[in-house]
Ligand binder design. Structure first.
Ligand SMILES: CCC1=C(C)/C(=C/C2=NC(=C\c3[nH]c(/C=C4\NC(=O)[C@H](C)[C@H]4CC)c(C)c3CCC(=O)O)/C(CCC(=O)O)=C2C)NC1=O
Length: 169
């Protein structure tokens, strides 16, 4: 698993080089945003359950067929699985926010996920929509927590979206 710092060190070590200005700028920007990243993660943690719940309710409002007979989130078991997946995305997104790097998503979340979803007929489009709704809610919460620069919040949610959608036809 990589974070912003280990990634930079790894790249420079592979090239056998000392840090140049690019590396120093990247390190500076990571450390400058460090406190905001931790505060954002703290704000998310405190409200994780309600964020997941609100995002899923919004999703089911928008796409009610998901929870009707024949829908993939129909039945208590599948409804719970859907909320649990949303919770996974939220939790791993907070790890990625703190790490300043999406590697944890590749390693722990995305491997084989599309294949699993396809084999269980979990619809990718609505899942992606759920992740985007959750992102919007998270940004609002993080803003309300008084964090000034929230530009790093988008990245993990957009990355999961992009990776899940990539090979969709
Ligand atoms: C930490 C990394 C990780 C992820 C991401 C993960 C996802 C994941 N979601 C699953 C199922 C599922 N995922 C959903 C999700 C949904 N259905 C919908 O209609 C909605 C669009 C959506 C919610 C937004 C559902 C309903 C199932 C159960 C499908 C079934 O068993 O028929 C499964 C199959 C096994 C199981 O049911 O537990 C996995 C592996 N597991 C992991 O360990």
């Amino acid at each position: 698993m990589q974070d912003a710092v280990t990634t930079i060190i790894r790249n420079y070590d592979l090239a056998g080089r000392y840090f140049d200005r690019d590396a120093v700028d990247n390190l500076k920007s990571y450390f400058a945003s460090g406190n905001d990243r931790i505060q954002a993660a703290t704000a998310i943690n405190a409200e994780a359950a309600s964020i997941v719940k609100q995002a899923s309710l919004n999703l089911f409002d928008e796409l009610p067929e998901l929870i009707r007979p024949g829908g993939n989130a129909y039945t208590t078991r599948r409804y719970a699985a859907c909320l649990r997946d949303m919770d996974y995305y939220l939790r791993y997104a907070t790890y990625a926010i703190v790490a300043g790097n999406i590697d944890v998503l590749n390693e722990r979340v995305l491997q084989g996920l599309r294949e699993t979803y396809n084999s269980l007929n979990v619809p990718i489009g609505p899942t992606v929509r759920g992740i985007q709704i959750m992102k919007t809610i998270v940004k609002k919460k993080v803003e309300e927590a008084g964090i000034n620069n929230i530009s790093f919040v988008d990245q993990p949610f957009d990355y999961i979206t992009q990776e899940l959608s990539e090979k969709d036809i």
